[in-house]
Ligand binder design. Structure first.
Ligand SMILES: [Mg+2]
Length: 282
């Protein structure tokens, strides 16, 4: 039996057999994140071009630059880094949730996002407060219009749910991450979800991984983590003794990947997760 078990493990590139839990990253693993933010930014800046005559591409770059530098200058930056709230997410986050840090962010969220837009626009032209307000709110609306799961996320979760316990571990603010789950419909699966902004610490720290494993009652050695980041998902999961699958959706992504070794592999579609978990489908 032991020999069969080990042979089975070999076939699966070192993944546990049987796999007793799958834990998912959210952003750019299950839901479209960075491309959605960029598309929302492009749409908002096209509108700014119509209203103000500014260069669209330049404004897109300038807003991302201003968002990054002003986000880093806020007194809350240590918390934001600890829980992994990206600077562009702060342009639509409400920061609802527990704790003093989120409360501090709620207090400055509107002035922050408006200051980002004003400074970015002022690199090209003058602008009044009303237009700044309108554009910063337009970005929020454009981002909400792009809440999209990757096409393989729902069918794969749906097929795996009867077979294997699953959870989600995600960095970010509670409201943005919970909104992505609800507006993409992925919340219907009711998966335990650990949001870094709710527990005060994010990946790559081990805590959020351990919380998810604890909620599922599964040892790290019996679980697989699926994510798109080597540094925030794959390496910390391996360090905990989990197996890991790196999702790289574009062929050019896979060329430059150097896996840290051990029990991990690269997949280009979430459908491949099923193949790793189902005997006879390798
Ligand atoms: Mg991710």
């Amino acid at each position: 039996m032991e020999r069969d078990r080990l042979a089975n493990q070999d076939q699966r590139d070192g993944l546990p057999s049987p796999v007793e839990a799958v834990i998912w990253d959210l952003d750019d693993t299950l839901v479209v994140e960075r491309p959605a933010a960029e598309a929302a930014m492009a749409a908002t800046c096209r509108n700014a071009t119509t209203v103000l005559g500014v260069d669209t591409n330049q404004l897109e770059q300038d807003v991302f630059d201003e968002a990054k530098s002003q986000w880093s200058a806020l007194p809350t930056i240590d918390f934001a880094r600890r829980v992994g709230i990206a600077s562009w997410e702060a342009l639509w986050a409400t920061f609802e949730g527990p704790g003093q840090e989120l409360s501090d962010l709620r207090a400055v969220r509107l002035s922050h996002r408006q200051a980002v837009w004003r400074k970015a626009i002022e690199r090209q032209t003058t602008v009044d407060h009303h237009t700044v307000e309108e554009l910063s709110e337009r970005f929020v609306a454009e981002r909400f219009n792009r809440m999209e799961a990757y096409p393989d996320a729902e069918p794969v979760i749906s097929q795996l749910q009867p077979e294997v316990p699953m959870a989600i571990v995600t960095n970010g603010a509670p409201d943005t991450q919970r909104t992505k789950l609800s507006l993409t419909g992925l919340d219907r699966f009711g998966l335990p979800t650990v949001v870094a902004g709710e527990i005060g610490i994010g990946k790559p720290s081990p805590e959020p991984f351990l919380q998810a494993l604890g909620q599922l009652g599964v040892a790290p050695e019996r679980a697989v983590f699926v994510g798109d980041s080597l540094t925030r998902d794959i390496t910390p999961a391996l360090n905990l003794g989990m197996a890991a699958l790196l999702i790289a959706r574009h062929p050019h992504d896979t060329n430059s990947i150097i896996l840290p070794g051990g029990r991990c592999n690269v997949i280009t579609s979430l459908h491949a997760v099923q193949q790793y978990l189902s005997p006879g489908m390798d």
